[in-house]
Design a protein around this ligand. Structure first.
Ligand code: PLP
Length: 497
């Protein structure tokens, strides 16, 4: 199976080339030329398998230049017990009201990014050995929080790789900062960058595109790569858990084989929900995909109007991983739903870059509305939802997951749709303990110390904080260096010595 580019129909590469390269030369994203198909018998058979077995089976359909042994090694290393605290990897939790919650945060950093970033390093090293043999890979990441830590954990001590993470000095939560500056591993580096996320991101892009630096690295047998969510190697692991959740529902007798299901996904860069779209295109019985946003509601508006318009205020919310105005992975959806029309997608992306907006065709818009529903809520509603959910169903949700619950309630009210629903849960509530605590007890005086917050939240809810967050308290800080945008290149050179 070959992969092509959303912006250039003449591109044809293997899966391992797509993963090694990350992004196509003209700026498009890699997409599979055909989407592999499955049927009810396959789903019934997969229901009997473990998560690791399901992952191997699904990935083999997309990564056909990997041998079964290579896939076995990659998947087992990524989802082994010890890395994920739950042997089911992505457990499906039934709630009293009949909905199910798909918990994607059992990995080492307690957020859903682990589902992909535990596997990406394995896929990337195998891919690079095929597509660029003998090269050592340097991963550069600019992060606003969750991605940096998940990438560090994924790549730590993976041979043949080094990873360098840049986070904005004034832009990550204290817990997120602590997670990164205490990172262990012999091949990792972490720097604070003076400025905001844009400064860090611009600096990383400048390093990627500096020809002199690139040449120097090539001489030393290094190559740059990226761990951000436009890499196919980050998207494909996410398709697995949608199929796996359907298998779990079958196995538990919550649905009959062939019944349709709705998925509700808290969305930022559109990677998670796009994986659900691929699962459906493969043949997974999905009725609607419900795209949940916070106050940054560019996607809600797009689904409603067919116009994508990034010219709007940017809001900082209590669900920061969804604070995004340009959802990069939407480009892949436009490609598939628009009849694989690369010139058309290129034109829209150019309009987005130059004018800040584009309008899709009426036909595409109709198709979009037939499958997707969109909705959003603000921080006040998010907090209300956290409190209500805990009171009525004893379920403690983080702010991102709470947005999904709220939007689903709105959707049900508007449509009366009774299709069984899966709410996708993207972070452990303790990762955002301060907001969760405020939601539960809005009247209480605020607590500033993160570890005290954890203790109070545990006591108040009878739940327990994952050890990997609790033990950050005693961990030595390894990385305290602060650099400016101009000195980021220096940091890269230092790592290589
Ligand atoms: C990254 C992230 C999201 C958004 O996922 P996308 O794939 O970018 O849409 C939602 N919730 C949490 C906790 C995240 O870390």
């Amino acid at each position: 199976m070959k992969y092509t580019s959303t912006r250039d129909a003449s591109v044809r590469v293997s899966a391992s080339q797509a993963i090694t390269q990350g992004i196509s030369a003209e700026g498009g994203l890699f997409v599979p030329e055909q989407i592999p198909q499955m049927n009810a018998q396959m789903l019934a058979a997969w229901a009997e398998l473990s998560y690791i077995e399901r992952a191997k089976t699904v990935l083999a359909l997309y990564l056909d230049d990997f041998t079964p042994q290579e896939l076995e090694r990659c998947v087992s290393a990524a989802y082994a017990h010890g890395k994920f605290s739950d042997s089911r990897v992505a457990p499906l939790v039934p709630l009293a009201d009949g909905t199910s919650v798909l918990e994607l945060w059992k990995g080492p950093t307690c957020a859903f990014k682990d589902m992909a970033l535990q596997l990406l390093p394995q896929l990337l090293t195998v891919s690079a050995a095929k597509a660029a043999p003998g090269k050592e890979i340097i991963i550069l990441v600019a992060t606003s929080g969750d991605t940096g830590k998940a990438a560090l954990e994924g790549f730590r001590d993976v041979s043949g790789t080094k990873i360098l993470v840049f986070y904005p000095n004034e832009g990550v939560s204290p817990m997120q900062r602590l997670q990164m500056v205490t990172q262990e591993g012999g091949n990792v580096g972490v720097y604070a960058v003076q400025g905001n996320f844009d400064d860090a991101q611009t600096g990383v892009k400048a390093i990627f595109t500096n020809p002199a630096l690139g040449e120097m690295l090539a001489k030393e047998n290094y190559m740059f790569s990226s761990a951000n969510s436009i890499n196919w190697g980050r998207l494909v692991p996410q398709i697995v858990y949608y199929i796996s959740s359907y298998c779990d529902m079958l196995k538990a007798g919550r649905i009959q084989n062939g019944d349709t299901v709705n998925y509700v996904v808290p969305t930022g860069n559109f990677g998670n929900i796009l994986a659900a779209y691929y699962a459906r295109e493969m043949g997974l019985p999905v009725h609607r995909l419900i795209c949940a946003s916070n106050a940054n509601n560019v996607l809600t508006e797009f689904i409603q109007s067919g116009v994508y318009n990034r010219k709007r205020d940017f809001y900082t919310t209590i669900s920061p991983s969804m604070d995004i105005l340009i959802s990069s992975n939407l480009e892949r959806l436009l490609y598939h739903m628009g009849g694989c029309n690369a010139p058309q997608v290129s034109a829209w992306m150019r309009e987005l870059a130059e004018q800040g907006s584009y309008r899709v065709t009426e036909e595409l818009h109709k198709g979009l509305q037939a499958l997707f529903a969109g909705g959003f809520c603000d921080d006040v509603q998010t907090k209300q939802t956290i409190a209500e959910l805990f009171k009525t169903q004893q379920y403690l949700a983080d702010p991102h997951t709470a947005v999904a619950f709220r939007v689903y309630a709105q959707y049900q009210e508007n449509t009366g749709d009774t299709t069984p629903a899966v709410i996708v849960s993207t972070a452990n509530p303790y990762k955002f303990g301060s907001s969760v605590l405020q939601a539960l007890s809005p009247e209480a005086p605020p607590i500033t110390d993160e570890f005290e917050q954890i203790a109070v939240l545990e006591k108040q809810t009878g739940t327990s904080c994952p050890a990997q967050l609790k033990t950050l308290r005693g961990k030595p800080v390894r990385f305290e260096e602060l650099c400016t945008r101009g000195s980021m290149e220096q940091a890269v050179l230092q790592l290589l010595q």
